[in-house]
Design a protein around this ligand. Structure first.
Ligand SMILES: Nc1ncnc2c1ncn2[C@@H]1O[C@H](COP(=O)(O)OP(=O)(O)OP(=O)(O)O)[C@@H](O)[C@H]1O
Ligand SMILES: [Mg+2]
Length: 258
């Protein structure tokens, strides 16, 4: 591992389905791009169900899964080597899946066709993170719902683990489960909860996130519904929007922004 790799700040979002991981990941990218115009920012859509590209207004043509298929199909020794070995040899091809945007780069894991490929694509993700980390100052990973990517050590190299929950009991339970698994399997520097989409502030006292610090409480933001409706990306969101202010507070509390 080179020195640069060690310096990259890798932020990953995890949590129950539908709590706002993708929206918040996109808002983080927006905040990083606006606050650090001279830094290199990479957004990784690690959810096979995709979504981060839309939230960021990115047009995706090639995914990591497409590269995998291409590498396997063209390799003469494709039968004898595992796909991950082949991908390792074709490291430079990963860069073909990068989309360059104004102020940041984007890459999507993609959607494996057969259900059986699912864990394989997760192991590519790990490879991709280690290949690309040295080229970026900030990497934001929008994870799939649940604990699997943590469990499979896909995200073992992250520095900041953002556990997202809504005010539901299930949401806070998932957050605590992920934290427990991460404590065993992930070498993170900082962890915290982002409580998102809250109906009102009174739910604060009922939310049990165990010993995990809560970085911010973000109220339900009606401007998001309007954005969903119009299919607009987060760069059009005002910096006064509830979700942007709330996410900024979380990043300040994690020492990413000041
Ligand atoms: N603070 C908020 N206020 C209002 N709506 C929100 C808020 N945060 C997210 N949403 C909305 O909730 C829905 C789910 O959000 P999002 O897709 O970001 O969640 P997710 O955790 O990525 O879901 P999945 O697990 O399916 O990937 C979206 O319609 C989004 O616009
Ligand atoms: Mg999502």
């Amino acid at each position: 591992m080179n020195k640069e790799t060690n310096d990259a700040k890798i932020l990953a979002l995890a949590g129950k389905g539908g709590v706002g991981k993708t929206s918040l990941a996109a808002v983080i990218v927006k905040l990083l791009v606006e606050n650090f115009p001279d830094k290199k920012v990479l957004a990784i859509d690690a959810d096979p169900a995709v979504g981060l590209s839309t939230a960021l207004g990115v047009n995706v043509e090639t995914t990591i899964d497409d590269i995998r298929k291409e590498v396997v199909a063209t390799a003469e020794d494709g039968d004898t080597k595992s796909a991950i070995e082949l991908l390792g040899e074709a490291r430079y091809k990963i860069f073909d899946a990068l989309v360059e945007q104004d102020g940041f780069s984007f890459i999507a894991v993609g959607r494996p066709e057969a259900a059986g490929c699912y864990c394989k694509i997760n192991s590519y993700l790990k490879e991709v993170i280690s290949i690309l980390a040295g080229n970026y100052d900030y990497i934001v990973i929008d994870g799939e719902a649940g604990v699997e990517q943590i469990n499979r050590r896909v995200m073992e190299k992250i520095t900041h683990l953002l556990l997202v929950t809504d005010s539901s009991k299930k949401g806070t339970q998932v957050v605590q489960t992920i934290k427990k698994v991460a404590d065993d399997l992930v070498m993170y520097d900082k962890v915290g909860v982002v409580a998102n989409r809250l109906p009102d502030l009174s739910v604060k006292e009922y939310m049990d996130c165990g010993d995990i610090p809560v970085l911010s409480y973000i109220m339900s933001d009606s401007s998001l519904a309007e954005f969903d409706l119009k299919g607009e990306n987060v760069f059009y969101l005002s910096n006064d929007a509830t979700i942007v202010k709330g996410m900024r507070e979380a990043l300040v509390n994690m020492g990413i922004l000041n």
